[in-house]
Design a protein around this ligand. Sequence first.
Ligand code: GDP
Length: 593
Amino acid sequence: MRNVAGDSFSEPVMVQAVINNNYDLEKALNFLFLQNETSSPKNPASIPSRMKVAEKRLEMDADFRASLVPKIAKMTVSGKQTLGFETPSKSNDVKNEVASSSQKSNHVEDLNIPAKEADSTHTVSKQSSPETSEEMVVRANTTPSKPSGKGRQTLDIKAELEKRQGGKQLINLVVIGHVDAGKSTLMGHLLFLLGNVNKRVMHRYEQESKKAGKASFAYAWVLDETGEERERGVTIDVGMTKFETQTKVVSLMDAPGHKDFIPNMITGAAQADVAVLVVNVTTGEFEAGFEAGGQTREHALLVRSLGVTQLAVAMNKMDTVDWSQDRFDSIAAKIGQFLKQAGFKDSEVAYIPTSGLSGENLITSSTEGQLTAWYNGPCLLEQIDVFKSPNRSIDKPYRLCVSDVFKEQGSGFCVSGKIEAGYMQLGDRLLVMPANEICVVKVISLHDEAQDWAAAGDHVTLTVTGMDITKVTTGSVLCAMNSPVKVCTRLLARILLFNIDVPVTKGFPLLLHYQTVSEPAMIKHLVGIVNKSNGEIVKRKPKCLLKGQNAIVELQTQRPICIELYKDFRELGRFMLRYGGLTVAAGVVTEIK
Ligand code: GDP
């Protein structure tokens, strides 16, 4: 109240107002200002008017939100519309009100600066700037007037990449694990320790979560942003944010752990290079998360089949077992055995004892005596730092898999997704498949910063014009005009069946998942069972396939999908098959019909 009202009222008056208004601070403030206005109407300038107070509150709110961890995109699978900039769901009225009431936000239009500079104003990062998120929106909507399509300058993309990252490599990290394993708490705390969340915000989260009776969720709130998630205490969308280690720029995706949300998780995992698997070591809880029905196994299988080979296993909540080495060793052995079967190499998996709640062993080595007595390995951040960055396919034709489409004010609309191959520049004309439409790129935004170009590995939000928004959806692929992505409804694939209790026969209905796509499909033909080690067909036209078998099958999808041969584009040529809510197989595309 003091922050809002300044010194307008004495302490006892405020206290009384709070008591009279049943401890509702908002009401108490309104009451005080109303009373003040009616008691001294002749001198309105000397007291903050209600309007001003409302503005002030808005400003504070906006200021508060601006200091949140920047998130560039929420990948939505359900078709829910999201804003590119993580503005809270305030009505447009409020935005307009702020825009018109805040002089600062008119700044860009007032200053008659060249378009290029206007662009760069818009790039100011939320973290380093005190400007409000509403202002970000206003600025973001100032359509840059950079000429499009004219003379694409040749770009030494490798040198540019090197320059942009200041020698740091880019890596996309997904956090997976059973619900309640502590994924959000762990990563939220890590971001806080790295200074990516400001202290005031963290304090507010602590207060809010305490008030909601969920004090232990304060760190998780850094990543779980929507009200619905907070209420349920689970992460639904795949939020995204970034942090840096000594040698890497890390794009972090916090994947949901709840069973219902697996399709969302696939969207996140499909874009990841490496993963942190969070395991709850608490007695009884590890068993629940790992045995049948738990998501630990399924998540690990999923990321592996999506191409992730490097894994850090955060053995979390070690504080609940007194940092016991025995517990650590026995769980690591069980998980290790399983991960090996799932196709992870021992040398690419590291086990790190952590406590997301206390922050132990996250960004610095632990000083906890019970742990240091037996552990002197890396902390989580050090492990992430030693992950190898994957080779980016920047020499290949351009491909971007769309994970979200949304409309903002101004011309055109926005698509976001990860560039899987090639690179692009402002003003490029791109082909959108399967719609077979052409769009022009007006703005390239990477981590909320406008760029002139972007390359494979980058998660970008593009503002495009020249085509209808209804023609592009999650799963569409933006590609180079002279080398379109393949589009088909029938394909041959080599698949590996995981755990499936029913035999897979001709006509079997499945969901085909890859990248951001989830498409109903069926097995059209069982071509043959394959020998796992040499790839030879050992039995042609089998009647059915059983768990653990490797086979060539022909798949038919309901609608045309954008896909590639695995040998041409690994990222776009591998997929998963789901049935009855479970992932039953992983596969690679060998022929497009
Ligand atoms: P998620 O569903 O995997 O994202 O899990 P959350 O981060 O929401 O955490 C679930 C619960 O576990 C919350 O009550 C956390 O406070 C608690 N928790 C998370 N990490 C730790 C930890 O290291 N130690 C303890 N004791 N509790 C933790």
